[in-house]
Design a protein around this ligand. Structure first.
Ligand code: GLU
Length: 508
């Protein structure tokens, strides 16, 4: 662990909302920074301008906030290492490239796209040979180490000559002069990974239009932001030797690199947005708990040891580490995430659960009087797997005035006996104690029986009056769930007035 303060970063491209796959990267970076009292930085990598989507930055911030992973620094947040949007850092990228040119660590490459394509083609037809030869008859001599990069002699051209051509406006890229030696990446998860310089090749730093490539921008930005730990997906491992070379060439301290194992989709193959990685907005809409999602994602690679799986955010922060993060592929398992949400839901306090289900109720138009929300939610908690199950469960307790009116219409059609059964029970319940499901069920049966109502003749009208429906949960449960006042009100006749009056003023 370096002595410098721990600073991690999450560096998504602004190509839309976060999804499970890239949220996992954020989870590891955020938890790791928290664990070490460090900073978690959000940097938006928008240099691939074609794929950028407007509004993505706001969406990313919202998704992170939902997951409880609010960055310490980032766009819209601020910090001492900004700007945090990569395109705004273009002057720094350009300056770094110029410095590398001046020091001879980079060179200008004037090969045309056609020449590069011909060289690639030749390389392909030879198999995966690492040294690329220029196309036959192109008149270009291969450099001593042309690699998969520049196929021409640009590497060995005199810098003054190259500068002269550049001043004349000749299109060119700037390439890094990769040494022909082994590059060892010391990965915190995988251990040592060795790359050959000739396989890495002379990679591009600045494109012909002057924009920095990802490889240059990411290193300049990580160095500027004093990132201590680069924790990212294993898809970036092959870029890491380039990054190491650049850190060294720029004289910047090397961060610790940690490449998280690949996540496979249930069908196999790398999980991606396209292969079914659900968006954070979808997980949210489906009624997953953020704490369950974060817990689940932390286990895609890491293990707290033993057979523990359910961890609160606080426990994750106390325990997350890179030592117990493995390199083997993991698989996205929707059923497991669902299970985790259910388990975390059981552990929420009543207040937390009520707060979390409230937006789902509102969206579904289920109106619960504020005073009854907490007990009602507690009532249905054992039946909830996802937050989104709450409206359906609570709809039986709080069906809305229209449904209750419909129930009473049916009662009226059933004749005097149905009404009488309801009246008998209403009277008995006006002072009945204790108001719990089991006792209430017994009392209804006893009082009904004494008045000559049993089975359907008793329960059918009661259920219609209480819930507006012909079927639903146990009547004792409904009575306990809605409370005495509401029960007596419903048993007294069809609701009068609009919903607001019934639910005690104002929508919930
Ligand atoms: N912007 C890169 C991506 O979205 C991440 C780069 C990095 O973590 O180094 O894959």
């Amino acid at each position: 662990m370096p002595d410098a303060p721990i600073r991690t970063r999450f560096a998504p491209s602004p190509t839309g909302r976060l999804h499970l796959g890239n949220l996992r990267i954020a989870v590891f970076n955020a938890l790791f920074a928290r664990r070490h009292g460090g900073q978690f930085v959000l940097r938006v990598e928008d240099t691939d301008t074609d794929r950028n989507l407007d509004g993505s930055v706001e969406g990313i911030l919202e998704d992170l906030a939902w997951a409880g992973l609010v960055p310490d620094e980032g766009p819209g947040i601020g910090g001492a290492y900004g700007p945090y949007v990569q395109s705004l850092r273009a002057p720094d990228h350009g300056a770094a490239a110029m410095r590398l040119l001046q020091e001879g660590a980079a060179y200008r490459c004037f090969c045309t796209p056609e020449e590069l394509e011909a060289a690639r083609e030749a390389q392909r037809s030879r198999g995966s040979g690492s040294r690329s030869e220029p196309a036959a008859g192109s008149g270009i001599e291969p450099g001593p180490m042309s690699g998969p990069g520049c196929p021409g002699g640009c590497r060995d051209a005199h810098p003054d000559e190259a500068d002269e051509r550049a001043r004349g406006g000749e299109p060119h890229t700037v390439r890094f002069r990769t040494p022909d030696s082994a590059i060892r990446v010391e990965d915190a998860i995988r251990g040592e990974v060795r790359f050959e310089g000739r396989d890495v090749g002379d990679f591009v730093l600045l494109r012909a239009d002057g924009r920095a490539t990802y490889n240059l921008a990411v290193v300049v930005d990580d160095a500027h932001m004093e990132i201590s730990h680069v924790i990212r997906g294993d898809g970036h491992l092959s870029n890491t030797p380039k990054h190491l070379l650049l850190f060294r060439a720029l004289g910047a301290p090397e961060p610790v690199f940690a490449h998280l194992p690949v996540v496979l989709s249930p069908e196999g193959g790398r999980l991606s947005k396209r292969s079914g990685s659900p968006g954070v907005d979808v997980l949210r809409r489906d009624g997953h708990l953020p704490r369950a999602v974060v817990n689940y994602l932390s286990l895609l690679g890491w293990s707290p040891g033993g057979d523990r799986e359910l961890l609160e955010f606080r426990e994750l922060v106390e325990e997350i580490d890179l030592e117990r993060t493995g390199a083997s592929p993991t698989t996205w398992d929707p059923a497991k995430l669902r299970w985790m949400t259910t388990e975390h839901l059981r552990r929420l306090s009543g207040e937390e659960l009520a707060r979390d289900v409230e937006p789902f109720l509102r969206r579904a138009g289920v109106t619960v009087p504020p005073a009854r929300l907490l007990p009602s939610v507690e009532r249905v908690r054992p039946r909830l797997e996802l937050l989104s199950d709450a409206p359906e469960e609570l709809r039986h307790l709080w069906p809305g005035v229209e449904v209750l009116r419909g129930g009473w219409e049916e009662v009226a059609g059933d004749g005097d006996d149905a009404r009488r059964a309801i009246q008998v029970i209403r009277k008995a319940l006006s002072s009945f104690e204790p108001w719990d499901s089991a006792s209430l069920g017994q009392e209804v049966r006893r009082v009904g029986g004494e008045a000559g109502f049993r089975g359907r003749s008793l329960f059918h009208p009661l259920r219609l009056a209480l819930s507006g429906r012909r079927s639903g949960p146990d009547l004792g449960d409904v009575l306990e769930g809605i409370g005495r006042d509401e029960a007596l009100r419903r048993l007294s006749g069809p609701p009068e007035g609009p919903e607001e009056d019934i639910t005690g003023g104002g929508r919930v």
